[in-house]
Design a protein around this ligand. Structure first.
Ligand code: FAD
Ligand code: NAD
Length: 467
């Protein structure tokens, strides 16, 4: 029986464990914080739960125009402390569910910190030591295959070290005893944009400090523009500048910008990126190649540079998404256990930014269109969609990218409430190589927002070379 040792119990680790157990391997997962990992306990699941509560406030905010009275924003508020408690309960329940599922599949779960401990390089099997909270080695296990799935932690900006009270990272926010009077979010990547949007929707004054010309520098620029407009139209403040540090002041905090200006608030939320969790794993001693960024280098079937040692998830820096982490973990196990396996296809990854409105993307994007000269694009604003009008949705659009020569759909963007659900037909088309004809001939419900997706297909059918 092949012995699999997995270090880290987030989506990369637990999904790998389920596949390995299904294939009859003897599986041990070593996890220091709790099954589900940061994804379930502190990052993805908690933030989306908070955003769900903020979304309820948005529905109230937007209902007056539909004729609903008595629920005006001024008369309702979100009890953030109860919402935080719900977030924590839900995360623990989700972690317990995954824990139970792993145990039911025969996976051994060990609490502690794992590290590689081979005596010499090149051995067929690998030793892994388990350390307790005080750093003492309490056990050692041998695996034929080891998966490193240790995730990533918040990056700390020197001079802006979180104190858990006023200067926070995104893992601290659920322990706040008072809602912030004015939250300054530093960093406008996906994490920053989601929290800024979520807290603003929850009724808290928010300033977003963005070091870039546009928030969400990695996303479709039209989508980022819509988000900025909506954020500002709802009273959010956008401050262009780079934070040099954050100071505690009498009233709260001051974010000092590199150009000499400063932004005052009651709390600062630092969202300036992540660092891979590789410290203490003994990667260098084992000859495991690590990139300059600190991420473990892997190929498309999750192999590291050392035979028998795989890595998956945020520690590899390949698209930091729970879905990608899980797929990398599964692929590692299929490969290690001799199953037929296709290398991960990053061009088909769908991702969503859970702001208001949401931004979902898949496949080829506009910023890479120059390299894809054969690609035709269409953009349909939602404002002309009948269902959007009924719900008073003005902001948002559908974009579709297809190959001019063949009509094969290669990418898309949806900016809309619920874009995370709406993007699936485009993701399916990109994954399966469906054409604009396929999409155009698909029945969409009338009236529906997804009608704009099939309509985008029809518009591209009209493009000269695609007809
Ligand atoms: C605020 C936020 C929101 C996000 N929202 C989304 C989202 O909506 N959708 C999405 O797809 N992605 C989202 N992500 C990204 C997603 O959370 C990550 O891509 C995902 O958690 C990666 O999974 P992982 O298994 O690699 O690592 P993790 O989930 O980080 O799990 C790794 C685990 O390993 C443990 N560990 C580390 N070192 C050791 C060791 N030596 N021994 C034992 N255990 C160890 C850690 O404590 C951790 O529990 C979000 C990220 C952030 C920061
Ligand atoms: N919905 C989701 O799927 C989701 C949600 C959150 C995060 N994630 C993933 O997690 C990963 C990390 O995201 P992230 O947003 O935490 O990090 P990031 O690295 O993507 O963004 C950090 C941002 O902070 C800015 N920044 C850095 N230093 C700064 C400074 N001194 N002052 C002002 N701004 C500064 C950077 O320019 C950057 O735009 C990403 O891969 C992201 O896709 C996914």
């Amino acid at each position: 029986m092949t012995r699999i040792v997995i270090i880290g119990g987030g989506p990369a680790g637990y999904e790998a464990a389920l596949v390995a157990a299904q294939l009859g391997a003897q599986v041990t997962v070593i996890e220091r914080d709790g099954i589900g990992g940061a994804s379930v306990l502190t990052d993805c699941v908690p933030s989306k739960t908070l955003i769900a509560a903020a979304g309820a406030m948005t529905s109230v905010r937007d209902s007056a125009v539909l004729g609903v009275h008595g629920a005006e924003l001024a008369t309702v508020s979100l009890d953030l402390l109860s919402a935080n408690q719900r977030v924590k309960n839900l995360a623990m329940a989700q972690s317990a569910d995954i824990h139970a599922r792993l145990e039911a599949e025969g996976v051994r779960i060990v609490a502690g910190q794992g590290r590689l401990a081979d005596d010499e390089p090149g051995l067929a099997a690998h030793e892994v030591e388990i350390l307790d909270d005080d750093g003492r080695v309490v056990d050692e296990i041998e695996g034929d295959v080891v998966l490193i799935a240790t995730g990533a932690d918040p990056r700390v900006l020197p001079g802006a070290e979180p104190d858990g009270e006023r200067i926070l990272d995104w893992r601290d926010v659920y322990d706040l005893e008072e809602p912030p009077e004015h939250l300054v979010v530093v960093g406008s990547g996906v994490t920053g944009a989601e929290f800024a949007s979520g807290y603003l929707e929850a009724g808290i004054p928010v300033t977003l400090v963005s070091s870039r010309d546009r928030v969400l520098p990695g996303e479709d620029s039209d989508a980022a523009e819509v988000l900025e407009q909506v954020f500002q139209s709802r009273g959010g403040r956008l401050e262009r500048g780079r934070a040099a540090g954050v100071r505690r002041t009498e009233k709260g905090i001051s974010v000092d910008l590199t150009d000499g200006r400063s932004v005052e608030g009651s709390h600062a939320l630092m969202t300036v990126g992540t660092v891979p969790n590789t410290a203490g794993l003994n990667l260098e001693q084992h000859g495991i190649q690590v990139a300059e960024s600190g991420h473990v280098v892997v190929d498309r079937v999750s192999r590291t540079s050392v035979p028998g040692i795989y890595a998956a998830g945020d520690v590899t820096g390949v698209f930091q998404l729970a879905s990608v982490a899980a797929m990398q973990g599964r692929i590692a196990m299929w490969h290690a256990l001799g199953e037929a396996v296709a290398p991960i296809k990053l061009k088909t990854v769908a991702a969503n930014v859970f702001t208001h409105p949401e931004i979902a993307t898949v496949g080829v994007q506009e910023k890479t269109l120059d390299e894809n000269v054969d690609v035709e694009a269409v953009r349909l604003p939602l404002a002309t969609n009948a269902r959007a009008k009924m719900g008073d949705i003005h902001d948002g659009f559908v974009k579709l990218f297809a190959r001019r020569s063949t009509g094969v759909i290669v990418g898309g963007v949806v900016v809309a409430p619920g874009a995370s659900e709406l993007v699936l037909p485009i993701a399916l088309a990109v994954t399966k190589g469906l054409t604009v004809d396929d999409l155009a001939q698909t029945f969409a419900i009338y009236p529906s927002l997804s009608g704009s997706i099939t309509e985008a297909g029809r518009r591209l059918m009209g493009a000269d070379d695609l007809a």
